[in-house]
Design a protein around this ligand. Structure first.
Ligand code: HAM
Length: 443
């Protein structure tokens, strides 16, 4: 154990961390739930590169968005290209949709991802510089029934993970581009002459992206927003009808929502539906996930106009909430058998035995070091092995092995060739780990 008072020569940079085996139990389980639910709904997985040309993000997320203005890890490669570690995936997926001609496939194209992302944020609880998201993107169909289905999937996955009740769905419509243009100019009129009361960020946002003023947390900005014109009054008939349909569909799916007229999201590509999942108890913007419709993004990135909708969720935040709700995940990592041996002859004999045990589904560790029997039984305990197979020179000569019940401390001798059968009988066929992916191959 390193001495924590002495600085270690090598540590992770600020805001990033190792995922240790105990947390991987959560990751494995969460990924299983996600894959299952999304497969059921006809989604297929996509992985885009971890870095893209900087313009992929810069031209799409908004120059004044926090993500672009201060959170991107941008660097130049030796060929002089400006590249950026992806801070999110909607833009990468849209780039891929266009580049790979996915508009020629049956629409909508339904994609999902489970990947790491990078934002140069100030690290705090639930906010890291490398974090994992899973997300879905549905491209090629503009029906509000899809917005409802995507939201339902988000809730279904949280429900499967046992934490759906901890969150409320915050819902808003930010309208079509036309409606938003009109609203933005009335917002700029409202703030004319009031600039000096705004925080520095909002002052610079006012000319470029006044919508973001609505969700500023600074006290003076919040006060001013209260009297600002409401976005809902500027929605055109198309946006209003779309939103009304979406709410009807959500009612049909029995999904409760909170109408939040101030919700605009931090990225620029949205239109019409926007939503976030907020922590219900804190009643604050501690979002576990968010998303919405981005009907103009494909065109903005050089494709043909294509409506689209999606969301993503932070996996670290999911895990933190599962732990908060005291939800433990089932895992399959416990060891069934430890093989302890004394002397080289016994070790030689135990090696093929260990391989046979593993092949037949017994999770087995052993043939380690030259320690005394006591020391090896201690290792077996540390692995929480239920059974230990013990072999010394005498057992090798007699052609037997000793099987020890680690809980009760009882043991019995069995013929060497019968050891594996006997262990399987003790552990139960149903508990064996017999998954052999190779068997599923065809071709
Ligand atoms: P976002 O709201 O920026 O949306 O991020 C989605 C989720 O990622 C957040 O709700 C949070 O759980 C997690 N997250 C974001 N930043 C961090 C961080 N620094 N540390 C830990 N977790 C974080 C998007 O990224 C959009 N691409 C969502 C989307 C998909 N919209 C349409 N399709």
């Amino acid at each position: 154990m390193p001495d924590k008072t002495v600085a270690l020569p090598y540590q992770t940079p600020k805001g990033v961390h190792d995922i240790l085996p105990a947390d991987h139990e959560y990751y494995t389980y969460i990924k299983k739930v996600i894959r299952h639910r999304l497969r059921q709904a006809g989604f297929r997985r996509i992985t885009t590169p971890i870095f893209e040309f900087t313009d992929v993000f810069k031209q799409t997320l908004g120059d004044t968005s926090d993500v672009v203005s201060k959170e991107m890890y941008t660097f130049q490669d030796p060929e002089g290209n400006s590249l950026t570690l992806r801070p999110e995936n909607t833009t990468g997926v849209v780039r891929s949709y266009i580049q790979n001609n996915m508009s020629q496939l049956a629409q909508p194209v339904q994609l999902y991802y489970i990947e790491p992302f990078f934002r140069f944020d100030q690290p705090q609880k639930g906010r890291y510089r490398q974090f994992w998201q899973f997300g879905v993107e549905v491209l090629g169909e503009g029906d509000p029934a899809l917005d409802a289905q995507v939201i339902q999937l988000a809730f279904q996955i949280l429900k499967d993970l046992g934490i759906a009740d901890l969150f409320t769905l915050q819902l808003n419509s930010i309208g079509t581009l036309d409606a938003r243009k009109k609203y933005v100019s009335s917002l700029q009129d409202y703030y004319f002459g009031k600039e000096r009361h705004l925080c520095e960020n909002c002052q610079s946002r006012l000319s470029v992206n006044p919508l973001r003023l609505l969700d500023c947390k600074e006290e003076d900005c919040v006060t001013l927003v209260k009297l600002a014109p409401a976005l809902s009054e500027y929605l055109d008939d198309e946006s209003k009808a779309f939103h009304a349909d979406l709410k009807e569909f959500l009612d049909e799916l029995k999904i409760k929502y909170v109408e939040n007229p101030k919700l605009v999201r931090g990225l620029d590509y949205y239109a019409k539906t926007v939503f976030e999942l907020w922590d219900a108890s804190m009643n604050s913007q501690n979002a576990i996930g968010g998303g919405g419709r981005y009907d103009y993004l494909v065109e903005l990135m050089g494709g043909t106009p294509t409506p689209a909708v999606g969301f993503s969720m932070g996996i670290e935040r999911i895990i933190a909430n599962m732990k908060r709700a005291k939800i433990r995940v089932p895992h399959k990592d416990e060891v069934h058998v430890f093989v302890a041996q004394l002397g080289k002859e016994a070790k030689k004999k135990s090696l093929p035995l260990i391989m046979e045990m593993r092949e037949r589904g017994l999770k087995t560790v052993g043939a380690l070091g030259k320690g005394s029997m006591g020391a090896q039984l201690k290792i077996a305990d540390n692995f929480h092995a239920t059974w230990t197979v013990i072999m010394g020179l005498t057992e090798v000569r007699e052609g037997v092995a000793i099987i020890r019940n680690m809980k009760l401390g009882t043991q019995e001798k069995v013929k060497f060739e019968k050891t594996v059968d006997k262990l399987i009988q003790l552990i139960g066929e149903e508990n064996l780990d017999t998954y052999h992916p190779g068997e599923l191959l065809y071709g």
